[in-house]
Each structure stands twice: as C-alpha cells, then as structure tokens.
Design a protein around this ligand. Structure first.
Ligand code: DQA
Length: 141
C-alpha cells in the first residue's frame, strides 16, 4: 500500500474559521474525509502542528519510509531553512501546496525556502491542490 504524508503548518488547524475569504469555509478534517474516499488504496498520514520542530520531527520520522510528502508549511514556508533542510534530508519526494495564490498576495509570501527542495509547487487552487499533489506523487511510483 502506498503511503503519503500530508503536513500542514501553523494556523492551518483553523481552516474553515480563519480568513474564509482567503482560505474558504471548510475545515481540513472535513476535506480530509473526501481525500480518503478518493484514495482508498493509499495510506494517508495527516499531521498538523503550529510548531516548527514538530513538523521537522514528523518529516524525519516518516520521510524515509513513505512514498511522498504533501506539505503546506504555512508561514514557515517563507522563513524556515530548517524545514527546507529536513525535506532535503529524507528520501521521500515532496510537493509544496498553498491554498491561496501567494504570488497575488504580500511580497513576503512570494519567496519559499521549500520550493527548491520539492518536485513542484501548487498554489492558489484551494484545497484541491492537496489532491492534485497526491495524484502526482502516486503517478511517480
Ligand atoms: C498559505 C500561504 C502562507 O503565506 C500563509 O502563511 C499560510 C497559508 C496557503 O496555504 O495559502 O498560512 O500557506
């Protein structure tokens, strides 16, 4: 069975409540149920944390044994060399996802430390970005 890790960073636990005009009305847990239905043959691991070190620990824990990582590191995208190093350290390929179109927002959201460590980046397609990322990772196996 293929194994995919979905990682959400800070403030993404508030999806559905947080700035719904930007991020939508749906909680991630609700969305995850539909993702699980779409990929019944995939073991999906979901991890969310507001703490940078916990995100790194999870990448270390699973990143050598799973088939791919879908990562939305939230604001750590724009600040964290440590998370970028963690993605470099493990063997699983990663896809970076952003719900909003970061390039149409503040300039400090335009740079990502993670993009260069990922196979690709999906931005601005809402929650659908996660399922597209999973599809890509599965197609590579
Ligand atoms: C985000 C974009 C980031 O700039 C922001 O800090 C987030 C969410 C997105 O999914 O659009 O927390 O990663």
């Amino acid at each position: 069975m293929k194994k995919i890790l979905i990682i959400n960073g800070p403030n993404l636990n508030l999806l559905g409540k947080r700035e719904p005009d930007i991020y939508g009305n749906r909680s991630f847990i609700d969305y995850l149920k539909t993702v699980e239905q779409q990929f019944p043959d995939v073991q999906l691991h979901y991890f969310q944390s507001n703490h940078e070190g916990e995100l790194i620990d999870k990448i270390h824990e699973l990143g050598f044994t799973i088939d791919g990582i879908v990562i939305n590191a939230g604001a750590y995208t724009h600040t964290s060399i440590a998370l970028a190093d963690a993605l470099s350290a493990v063997t699983a390929p990663a896809v970076e996802v952003h719900i909003s179109n970061v390039h149409a927002r503040e300039s400090y959201r335009h740079h990502s430390y993670l993009s260069a460590k990922c196979k690709g980046v999906i931005v601005g397609l809402g929650l659908m970005g996660y399922e597209l990322a999973i599809r890509y990772l599965l197609s590579q196996q």
